[in-house]
Design a protein around this ligand. Structure first.
Ligand SMILES: Nc1ncnc2c1ncn2[C@@H]1O[C@H](COP(=O)(O)OP(=O)(O)OP(=O)(O)O)[C@@H](O)[C@H]1O
Length: 322
């Protein structure tokens, strides 16, 4: 077990209106990228604000590298990019970073060395002397990231770092985060971009209505469901219902988005949700045994998106009520 970077024990925040988050217990290992997911109003920002010392918990405990959250020692280890970050538009990128370096009480010479390297790191190497008001949203967001990284934090908390960015901006932020992770920085990522979370994060938790519903690695969370596709020739409605009667798998005809439609009308794609490979093997056997042709059997990669929708559908969540 690797050293814990973030540890929380029944951490709760209850605002005057009863909202917030409740009894959150998680551990994030050093160097790990942890994704914090949840619908609007689930309590993700509230949780991060407690960890970075901006709001006081109502109950519970938490530490960053063993230091109590909100303490000078804990704050010295962290970087934070808040949601909808705005910097002073009248300053240049360079000046914004100088300001943050001063706020971190960085030594002047160290700051002089660090700032150009950081601007380079976030792809603003040529634009440091331009005023922020002339930056695109993507550039402002990358400058925000640079501010969060000024003190070479061991842990960075990023609250929706890619919201409001176009696909190019998102890809840029994602590659900065990948480089940070490769350097061993612990990343705590609040995001609605499930593709980014799936690609970057080692583990993730799903928060709804202030409580954690599930947590684990993507493989652990997604392993329970898997959709299989079978390309079958010579299938008829009679054979399809026979297969369903035999197996109870609710096999049905579908369109495979990732493959061209079969030219021959007697060839179809069949889809079923299966628990394991044995069930797929059994279906392969029955298809062939009944004289059909099995061209292909493939497992569709489950996207986190589908899992997220399933996990929160039918549940009340606070975003709906607002
Ligand atoms: N200062 C506050 N006072 C009262 N209620 C608050 C306060 N801040 C947040 N809330 C409420 O607490 C709940 C959790 O809010 P929070 O911003 O933490 O959710 P979130 O998961 O980050 O949402 P989003 O994805 O929309 O940013 C919401 O119902 C919100 O309205």
């Amino acid at each position: 077990m690797r050293e814990a970077a973030i540890e929380t024990q029944l951490l709760s925040k209850e605002y005057g209106n009863g909202r917030g988050c409740r009894d959150v217990t998680i551990t994030v290992g050093k160097g790990e990228a942890f994704g914090f997911l949840g619908p609007n109003g689930a309590g993700k920002s509230t949780f991060v604000k407690m960890l970075v010392g901006l709001i006081a918990p109502s109950s519970g405990q938490a530490s960053i590298f063993g230091h109590r959250i909100g303490s000078m020692e804990a704050n010295a280890c962290i970087g934070y990019l808040p949601e909808l970050y705005r910097c002073q538009e009248w300053l240049t990128g360079l000046e914004v970073l100088q300001l943050h370096a001063r706020l971190c009480r960085m030594d002047k010479t160290a700051a002089q060395r660090r700032i150009p390297e950081l601007l380079e790191e976030v792809g603003l190497g040529q634009r440091g002397k331009d005023r922020v008001k002339h930056y695109s949203k993507g550039m402002q967001q990358r400058l925000g990231l640079a501010c969060a990284l000024i003190n070479k934090p061991q842990v960075v908390f990023l609250d929706e770092p890619s919201s409001a960015l176009d696909p190019v901006g998102r890809a840029e932020v994602r590659s900065i985060l990948e480089r940070l992770k490769a350097k061993g920085v612990t990343i705590f990522l609040n995001s609605h971009l499930l593709g980014d979370v799936e690609a970057l994060c080692d583990r993730m938790a799903l928060l709804n209505d202030g409580v954690i519903l599930r947590h684990g690695t993507a493989a652990e969370l997604l392993s329970k469901r898997s959709t299989w596709l079978f390309k079958v020739g010579g299938c008829s409605p009679f054979l399809l219902s026979w297969l369903n009667e035999q197996t109870g798998f609710q096999l049905h005809e579908t369109v495979n988005q990732e493959a061209a439609s079969p030219e021959d009308e007697s060839v179809v794609w069949l889809e079923a949700e299966l628990d394991n490979e044995e069930q797929a093997g059994w279906l392969n056997f029955l298809i062939i045994e009944q004289g059909m042709i099995l061209y292909e059997a493939t497992r569709k990669k489950e996207r986190l998106e589908g899992w997220f929708m399933d996990a929160v559908s039918g549940l009340s969540h606070r975003g709906e009520k607002e």
